[in-house]
Design a binder for this molecule. Structure first.
Ligand code: CA
Length: 247
């Protein structure tokens, strides 16, 4: 994760590396995957390819994906079940389904919680890349609602003017202290904060007796921003020292 003043990443091609869109490609056909990866890489995206739904689901929580491209005809877990599971884990993560022409079309239309878009095989690479760009344009337009005074770390956006917090474009309600706390982490990614340091920065006190307050607030913050607060993806405990934002 990295943090910077919020700069729009509108053009993937000309974008700096931290703006490159991250695509998880779940496709068991090696030839299609290789072609897709090449075209998407050429368009400025970073592509991670896996060949089964199981491997894809394992990776969902490990990175800040911008898009999943999902083949429905997979060995092991069926693509439709993979889509449903992804939507459960990351509701705002877009999924583009690729599917063989006749056999799976009906099933695609049955994806109520799943695909944001779908492409029928065989498809032209140009068409697919254009559709991927369209998904990213929609995402960038959502992000553009955030003011220029925003802190960004991966999929976390903190708007310093409105105190809005967005994760994957979804708004999260935080108290002023929670916002202040999260702001310290996002402004200093990877820095390990001692509890006393957080007390001083966020509460303006050095009184040691308040240190449990930091723990309490970290737990509340995790309950709001983490998928699994016991296995946090953002704010990590550094045992014997304090906390840091995972980077
Ligand atoms: Ca397949």
């Amino acid at each position: 994760m990295n943090s910077s003043q919020h700069t729009p990443c509108a053009s993937a091609k000309a974008a700096p590396p931290q703006c490159a869109k991250r695509i998880l490609l779940i496709e068991d056909d090696g030839d299609i995957a290789a072609l897709l990866s090449r075209h998407l890489n050429d368009s400025g995206a970073q592509v991670k390819h896996v060949t089964s739904g199981e491997s894809g689901l394992e990776l969902i929580g490990t990175s800040n994906w911008d898009l999943v491209i999902l083949d429905l005809g997979l060995p092991g877990i069926d693509g439709i079940d993979v889509a449903a599971k992804i939507k459960q884990l990351r509701p705002s993560l877009p999924i583009m389904v690729v599917t063989a022409r006749s056999s799976e079309l009906d099933r695609v239309s049955g994806l109520d919680a799943g695909a944001d878009d779908y492409v029928i095989k065989p498809f032209s690479m140009l068409e697919l890349v254009a559709r991927v760009r369209a998904v990213f344009r929609r995402l960038d337009n959502q992000e553009a609602k955030v003011s220029d005074r925003a802190l960004v770390a991966g999929d976390l956006v903190l708007d310093l003017d409105t105190h809005a917090v967005l994760i994957h474009g979804k708004s999260i309600a935080l108290t002023a202290r929670e916002f202040g706390l999260l702001g310290e982490f996002v402004a200093h990614p990877g820095k390990v904060f001692r509890r006393g340091e957080l007390l001083e920065r966020v509460w303006g006190t050095q009184y040691e007796g308040y240190r449990h307050t930091v723990n309490t607030h970290i737990n509340r913050l995790r309950a709001k921003i983490e998928l699994d607060p016991h296995n946090p993806n953002y704010i990590q405990t550094v045992w014997g020292v304090g906390y840091k934002l995972k980077n």
